[in-house]
Design a binder for this molecule. Structure first.
Ligand SMILES: Nc1ncnc2c1ncn2[C@@H]1O[C@H](COP(=O)(O)OP(=O)(O)O)[C@@H](O)[C@H]1O
Ligand SMILES: [Mg+2]
Length: 400
């Protein structure tokens, strides 16, 4: 049906919800969203699979809905890898240039050298970004091809995860009978659709607030600079409300979805909130709800500050922070982020996708949309890389 088009499929295996998006595109055209689906995921905790069958089941259901809508059978997809076991580290490679000028072969060798590093036990590489090259001592070279020099170096950023957790995700995907999948660290995916190159050059962060994880990625000088997965998210707000208001989790969630405000500047002063469940009324002090929500959001953004401090970017990213994820739907989230992070903060905006784009326009779809874009760009049918070797395909400039 889409013979003249390429299909891209993104599957965001979130801790709360699995989301699948199918896009169709002709070459150089902005994709049309032709199908999407979502399903609650009971198989994960803090981004890590605790039940393979339940995770597979959620993926199956999300995918089945998307397939039906798109009227197509999905054979491969790009899938998000999440969890606190995933982190990034800096790596460096050095080679001697074979001829007088840097050739493609030299670049390949130095990229490979920069991707070979001492990983912790039981870890494997999920993504490698070559940030820049150094030739004969001159740093910050983007493309050294054809330049003169004897010693070529490359700086890279390598994201890895724990093998057992990655295998569990792969097992879940096998159960869904998706023949080919490509795994991408979750945070990198959202950045694909909400950032432009100018922001990446200036310095920018994406904060994707999920249910029990918050993915942070930082870009500077055009390349990935830092990635971290924090073990907190929107569900912590709900749990805090359940404890603080001494009420059920589902009532706390209703309070959050309907009345919670993340920042004092948007507060409605005083008053009470009323929730009705099974003909029973529950009332809460607005000021108490506000206090609980504001404190938790400040705590989440303070954890972001800790990560930014590690890379000397605290309050130092000119293009600010971009917010995505289901948790970013909280009213007043931008002001709350600005107050704690001391940088401009905005909800992520997507490119003008066609088709059913308006139905997947919320911030909770950012990861799935980003994965779909990567899936369209990458030809994963060729050479799926073996474990522990760097990926051949992915973001930006890659190790080959
Ligand atoms: N309107 C809303 N206001 C505040 N929080 C919301 C809203 N809608 C969803 N959320 C929260 O978003 C979180 C889920 O985000 P999502 O990106 O779907 O999770 P994950 O990617 O971890 O599966 C939950 O904590 C949920 O309560
Ligand atoms: Mg999410």
């Amino acid at each position: 049906m889409y013979d003249d088009k390429r299909l891209g499929v993104g599957i965001d295996v979130g801790t709360n919800t699995v989301r699948a998006v199918v896009g169709a595109t002709k070459l150089h055209e902005i994709p049309q969203i032709i199908g999407y689906g979502e399903a609650v995921n009971h198989g994960m905790r803090k981004g890590t699979i605790i039940n393979i069958d339940q995770t597979a089941n959620a993926i199956d259901r999300a995918l089945a809905t998307a397939e039906k809508m798109a009227d197509t059978r999905i054979m491969n997809a790009t899938v998000s890898a999440n969890g606190q076991h995933i982190f990034g580290q800096i790596s460096h490679g050095v080679v001697a240039v074979a001829g007088k000028e840097v050739g493609e072969d030299d670049i390949l060798r130095v990229e490979r050298a920069a991707s070979t590093l001492q990983l912790g036990e039981n870890r494997e590489i999920l993504d490698v970004t070559i940030r820049s090259f150094i030739l004969g001592g001159q740093a910050s070279i983007k493309n050294p091809l054809g330049m003169l020099g004897a010693r070529l170096e490359a700086d890279s950023y390598v994201i890895s995860g724990l093998v057992p957790h990655i295998r569990n995700l792969e097992k879940a995907l096998l159960l869904t009978e998706l023949p080919k999948t490509n795994l991408i660290p979750s945070g990198l995916a959202a950045a694909q659709v909400v950032l432009n190159q100018a922001q990446k050059e200036s310095g920018v962060a994406v904060i994707d607030i999920g249910g029990t994880t918050t993915n942070l990625v930082v870009y500077d000088e055009g390349e990935l600079y830092h990635a971290a997965i924090l073990p907190v998210g929107g569900n912590n707000v709900t749990n805090d409300l359940a404890i603080g208001l001494m009420t059920d989790i589902d009532i706390a969630e209703q309070v959050k979805l309907n009345y919670a405000v993340a920042t004092s500047s948007q507060r409605k002063t005083g008053g009470r909130i009323k929730i009705t469940k099974n003909d029973q009324d529950y009332t809460f002090e607005t000021s108490l709800v506000d206090k609980i929500v504001e404190a938790r959001m400040a705590e989440i953004f303070e954890l972001v500050n800790v990560e930014l401090s590690k890379i000397d970017r605290r309050a130092k990213l000119p293009a600010g922070v971009v917010l995505t994820g289901g948790g970013a739907q909280l009213a007043g989230i931008e002001a709350s982020a600005r107050e704690t992070i001391r940088l401009n903060a905005k909800l992520g905006q997507y490119p003008n996708f066609g088709g059913k784009a308006s139905e997947v326009a919320g911030p909770e779809w950012a990861t799935a949309l980003g994965l779909m874009m990567v899936d369209i760009k990458d030809d994963i049918a060729v050479n799926k890389p073996k474990p522990t070797k760097p990926k051949k395909f992915g973001f930006g400039k890659k190790a080959k």
